[in-house]
Design a binder for this molecule. Structure first.
Ligand code: CP
Length: 307
C-alpha cells in the first residue's frame, strides 16, 4: 500500500489506515539510524527544502537528517537571510524554490492554514512542520510511534494531554491521531487554556490535574505557548506549576509504568519538574529519536517511491 496523496497537511485529513501505514514504514526505517553508515538510497536524486518561518530545533533538524539518511539533497532556507526580508511573500518564495526543481517542501509557518495554501499552489509535495495553532502532524505521528513502541498498541490506552491546549498545534494533532487509533483522551488544563468543543471530538475535559492524570497510561505535557497567548492566561508561572505541573508525587497517581511525554522544548520547573523529565518514566528523548524514523517514513511515502 502507498500513501496516495501529494501532501501531508494534517492528521485530520488522514485515515486510521494511512496513519498505520506511516507508522509501519517508520518502523522499517528506524533501524537505519542505528547503522554505522546511516544511509539508504531511497530518495537519491530528490531535493527536500526546509522552509521554516519559525524557530525549531527538533523538527527542522530531524527532517534534514531524515532526508539525508534517505540520500536526498537538502536545502535549509533561512528567511532572515533571504528575500523575505525585502517583502517577498511565502507563495512567491515557494514558487521560486520550486522553479529550482525542489521535490518536497517542509513548511513551518506562524499562520494556520499556510501549509494548505502552499500545497494548493505548488506541484511539489508539502509537509506541514507546524502551522500556527492548527496542526503539527509529524509530531503526533512520532508520538504515536513512541507510544506504540512502548505499549504495543494505542487502542484503549488512557492518554492525558496536559497544559495549554488552546494554543497547541501538537495537542490538536495528537487528539485527532489518538482518537482515530482508539485511545481514550483526556484534556487537562486551566479553563483559560482549554479550547471549546473538545468533547465533540470524544475528549474528556477536566480542569483538575490530579483527576486528569489518575490511572493514565500516558501523560503528554505541553509547553506553555507564551509567544502565542497575547495576554496573561494565568496569574503566575509559579501558580501554574503548582496546579498543573507534573512532579514526582503527581506522577504516582498515574498507572504504574505510565509514559511521560513532551514535544519539547521543555520549561523545566514550569510544566514539568526536572527530575520527572529525566526519570525512567520519561520518553522525551526517545520521541526525538523516533522523529527521524517517522519523518523518513513520511518523506519516503510522499515521494512516490513506495507506489
Ligand atoms: N516539537 C517541536 O516541534 O520542536 P521544535 O519546535 O524544536 O521543532
Amino acid at each position: 500500500m502507498s500513501l496516495k496523496r501529494k501532501d501531508l497537511l494534517s492528521i485530520a485529513s488522514l485515515s486510521a489506515e494511512e496513519i498505520r501505514l506511516i507508522l509501519e514504514t517508520a518502523e522499517s526505517f528506524k533501524e537505519v539510524s542505528g547503522r554505522e553508515i546511516k544511509k539508504v538510497p531511497a530518495l537519491r536524486g530528490k531535493t527536500v527544502v526546509n522552509l521554516f518561518f519559525e524557530p525549531s530545533t527538533r523538527t527542522r533538524t530531524s527532517f534534514e537528517l531524515a532526508a539525508k539518511r534517505l540520500s536526498a539533497d537538502v536545502i535549509n532556507f533561512v528567511p532572515s537571510s533571504s528575500s523575505v526580508t525585502k517583502g517577498e511573500s511565502l507563495i512567491d518564495t515557494a514558487r521560486n524554490i520550486e522553479a529550482m526543481r525542489a521535490d518536497m517542501i517542509v513548511l513551518r509557518h506562524p499562520a494556520a492554514g499556510s501549509a494548505e495554501t502552499l500545497a494548493a499552489t505548488v506541484r511539489a509535495s508539502v509537509i506541514n512542520g507546524g502551522d500556527g495553532w492548527h496542526e503539527h502532524p509529524t509530531q503526533a505521528l512520532l508520538d504515536l510511534f513512541t507510544i506504540q513502541e512502548k505499549k504495543r498498541t494505542i487502542q484503549g490506552l488512557r492518554v492525558a494531554i496536559v497544559g495549554d491546549l488552546a494554543h497547541s498545534r501538537v495537542a490538536r494533532s495528537n487528539i485527532q491521531a489518538l482518537t482515530k487509533l482508539g485511545a481514550e483522551v483526556r484534556a487537562v488544563g486551566p479553563p483559560t487554556m482549554m479550547p471549546v468543543g473538545l468533547e465533540r471530538l470524544g475528549v474528556r475535559v477536566t480542569y483538575r490535574m490530579d483527576e486528569g492524570i489518575r490511572g493514565a497510561d500516558v501523560i503528554m505535557m505541553l509547553r506553555l505557548q507564551i509567544e502565542r497567548q497575547g495576554r496573561a492566561l494565568f496569574p503566575s508561572l509559579r501558580e501554574y506549576a503548582t496546579l498543573y505541573g507534573l512532579n514526582a508525587d503527581r506522577l504516582k497517581l498515574a498507572e504504574a509504568g505510565a509514559l511521560v511525554m513532551h514535544p519539547g522544548p521543555i520549561n523545566r520547573g514550569v510544566e514539568i519538574a526536572s527530575d520527572v523529565a529525566d526519570s525512567v518514566s520519561s520518553v522525551i528523548l526517545e520521541q526525538v529519536t523516533n522523529g527521524v524514523a517517522v519523518r523518513m517514513g513520511v518523506l519516503y511515502l510522499l515521494s512516490g517511491a513506495a507506489a
